[in-house]
Design a protein around this ligand. Sequence first.
Ligand code: AMP
Length: 210
Amino acid sequence: MKKRVILMGPPGGGKGTQAKRLTEAMNVPHISTGDMLRAARKEGTELGKQADAYIANGQLVPDALVNGIVAERLAKETGGFLLDGYPRTISQAEALRESGQAVDAVILIDVPDEKLVSRIVGRLSCGSCGSVYHLTTMPPKTAGKCDKCGADLVQRSDDKEDVVRERLVAYHNQTQPLVEYYSRQGILHSIDGEMSVDEVFEKIRQVLEF
Ligand code: AMP
């Protein structure tokens, strides 16, 4: 049976990179609230407008907005899924539980704070397919262009150092309590996110047994 998995971890910890590989390998949909919110912002929808200032300042978007888009998206899913960046607060986790979607495993990619800022500040992503690169640790083959689709690489506007620091504060204050919440349920698996991308992927593969 396909697994229902939550991928969590601090900003810059490698969630997006692993999520792309995992969803391909597990053949489940990748549900990223960050991607959904960025798309809404780009399209200028009502949701995008409401989320805009929070994202720009590195704060979490209010639970009610995010819970709404996830509930709508998950209502279509009857099999497995990979949730990336959701839930991010206890109240989001409660909303997910109340929606009736059981979760099989929560993967925490753990990276200490001091490593995160430099990891995020060098990050580039493809404006078209969303593939993620890093100026020094994972550079594209041609500078500024996506290896997969050739589109231009861009820096996310919330990847600037001052915003990153705010995102870390939000992570510690609002998201980290979920570590205990899911450990108490016995479904949390913590992975050392300082290993290479391949090693982290392999550890997750072992935990999820696919
Ligand atoms: P991410 O791409 O997951 O790093 O998310 C980028 C930004 O989108 C975050 O800094 C938040 O402002 C917002 N965001 C994404 N997911 C959530 C969520 N589950 N709850 C609240 N805000 C979110």
